[in-house]
Design a protein around this ligand. Structure first.
Ligand SMILES: [Zn+2]
Length: 371
C-alpha cells in the first residue's frame, strides 16, 4: 500500500539545488542478491557524484548512495515487490515506498524525485472483487494492488429459511447467494470491477445470476479449479485478466482521445500541445505512452513546463533542465486534480507520446509557446 502522505510529499517536493537520487529495485533472491543489484544500479551514480564539483552536493549524493546500499542489510521488503527509494540528504528527503509488483530496475539522479514508475503503478491500482467458485462453494476476495485480501466463503445451500421452492438446484441457490454477497461486498469495499474464476461451465452458469447493475462491471473470467488450485493461483489468474482488461481499456481510451482530436473536440495530442494544456491546467485526463521519453525544461518558481529555453515564459525565472518532462507533466496534472494513465498497450499513442482530454479548449497554436 502506498501511503498517501508520502506520495503527496514526493509529488510536492521542490528542487533545492541538491541532486535527488531515485532508485527502483525489484526484490528477489535474498539480501545478498539485492545488495549486488543495488551496487550495479548505483555504479553510474557514484561516478556522477565523484565528478560533482561542489563538495556539499557530492557529500549529499554519496550519503544517499550509502543509505540506498544499506537497504539490503536492513531487510524487510517482501520478495516479488519493488522498492522505490527517494533520497536527497541535503534537502532532508528519504522515503521508501514498497509496491507489490515488478517495475523495471533503475537509478535516476535529477532535481526532483523520479515518480513516473510509481505513478504508473498507482493508476493501475483499482479495487476488484474476485469470485472463485465451483458448484459447491464460492470464495470472494478483494484484489487490490496485486494482493488478495479478506476471503468470504459462501457454501451451498445458502442462508437457511430462503425460499427454495422455485429454485430447486443447490448450485443455483449457491449462485444466487454468491451474487448477493458479491453485490454487498462491492458496495462495502467500493470495488469497481468484478472478476470471476471457476470451471468454465460453472462460470457460464453463474454469470446470469450477477445482478443487472453489476453486469457491465464484470472485467473478465478465467478457468480455475478450486479443488486443486489455491488462492495464490487464483491471484495469478486474476492478475492476468486484470492485465488484459487494463490494456483493452487503454486502447479504447487512446482511440477515443485521438478521435476527439481529429474531430476538433476538447482534446490535445503530442508533447508541445499537451504541455501548453498542462500549463493552463486544462488537462482533465492525460494519457502517456509508457515508452515515450523527452527532455525539457521546468520553472521551479511557477511550475511552467516547456521543451527548451533558459527563462520561463510565464514568470521570467530561470528554467531547470529535466530529463523527463513527460513525468513532470504527469505530476502537474495530478497536482491540478486531473488523472493520468500510463498506456502500456501498443497503440497509436506511440506516434504522439501523450494525449489529453481537456476541461476547456486549448488551441493547437498554443503549442508554439512551449518551445
Ligand atoms: Zn515561471
Amino acid at each position: 500500500m502506498v501511503d498517501q502522505d508520502i506520495f503527496d510529499r514526493l509529488l510536492q517536493f521542490r528542487p533545492s539545488g541538491a541532486p535527488v537520487l531515485s532508485v527502483y529495485v525489484g526484490v528477489d533472491g535474498g539480501p545478498s542478491a539485492l545488495r549486488t543489484k543495488l551496487e550495479s544500479l548505483v555504479g553510474e551514480v557514484l561516478e556522477q557524484a565523484e565528478a560533482e564539483p561542489s563538495q556539499a552536493l557530492r557529500r549529499s549524493l554519496l550519503s544517499d548512495v550509502a543509505r540506498v546500499l544499506d537497504l539490503a542489510a536492513r531487510g524487510g521488503p517482501p520478495e516479488g515487490s519493488t522498492v522505490g527509494i527517494f533520497a536527497c540528504h541535503r534537502a532532508g528527503l528519504y522515503e521508501e515506498v514498497v509496491v507489490p509488483r515488478r517495475a523495471r530496475d533503475r537509478a535516476v539522479v535529477d532535481a526532483t524525485p523520479y515518480l513516473r514508475p510509481l505513478l504508473a503503478f498507482l493508476d493501475e491500482s483499482r479495487r476488484y472483487c474476485l469470485v472463485v467458485l465451483d458448484r459447491m462453494q464460492a470464495c470472494l476476495y478483494e484484489l487490490f494492488m496485486g494482493e488478495l485480501e479478506g476471503a468470504t466463503i459462501v457454501v451451498t445451500p445458502g442462508k437457511p429459511g430462503r425460499p427454495v421452492g422455485r429454485d430447486p438446484s443447490p448450485a443455483h441457490r449457491l449462485f444466487r447467494e454468491t451474487a448477493d454477497v458479491a453485490d454487498e461486498f462491492i458496495h462495502a469495499t467500493r470495488a469497481e470491477l468484478l472478476l470471476v474464476g471457476g470451471p468454465e461451465e460453472t462460470v457460464a452458469a453463474f454469470l446470469p445470476f450477477v445482478p443487472h447493475h453489476l453486469r457491465g462491471r464484470v472485467a473478465g473470467t478465467f478457468a480455475f479449479d478450486p479443488r486443486t488450485m489455491g488462492p495464490e493461483q487464483a491471484r495469478c489468474c486474476a492478475e492476468a485478466v486484470v492485465d488484459r482488461y487494463e490494456r483493452a481499456e487503454e486502447a479504447s481510451l487512446v482511440a477515443e482521445i485521438l478521435d476527439r482530436v481529429t474531430t476538433g473536440g476538447l482534446g490535445a495530442a503530442g508533447i508541445p500541445w499537451c504541455l501548453a494544456a498542462v500549463n493552463e491546467e486544462a488537462v482533465q485526463f492525460l494519457l502517456i505512452d509508457e515508452e515515450a521519453r523527452a527532455s525539457g525544461s521546468a520553472c521551479d518558481a511557477c511550475g511552467w513546463l516547456g521543451l527548451v529555453g533558459a527563462t520561463c515564459q510565464r514568470c521570467g525565472g530561470p528554467l531547470r533542465v529535466t530529463q523527463d518532462v513527460i513525468e513532470e507533466m504527469g505530476a502537474a496534472v495530478i497536482g491540478a486534480s486531473g488523472r493520468v494513465e500510463h498506456v502500456q498497450a501498443p497503440t497509436p499513442l506511440s506516434q504522439h507520446s501523450v494525449a489529453a482530454f481537456l476541461r476547456f479548449d486549448v488551441p493547437h497554436s498554443a503549442a508554439q509557446v512551449v518551445g
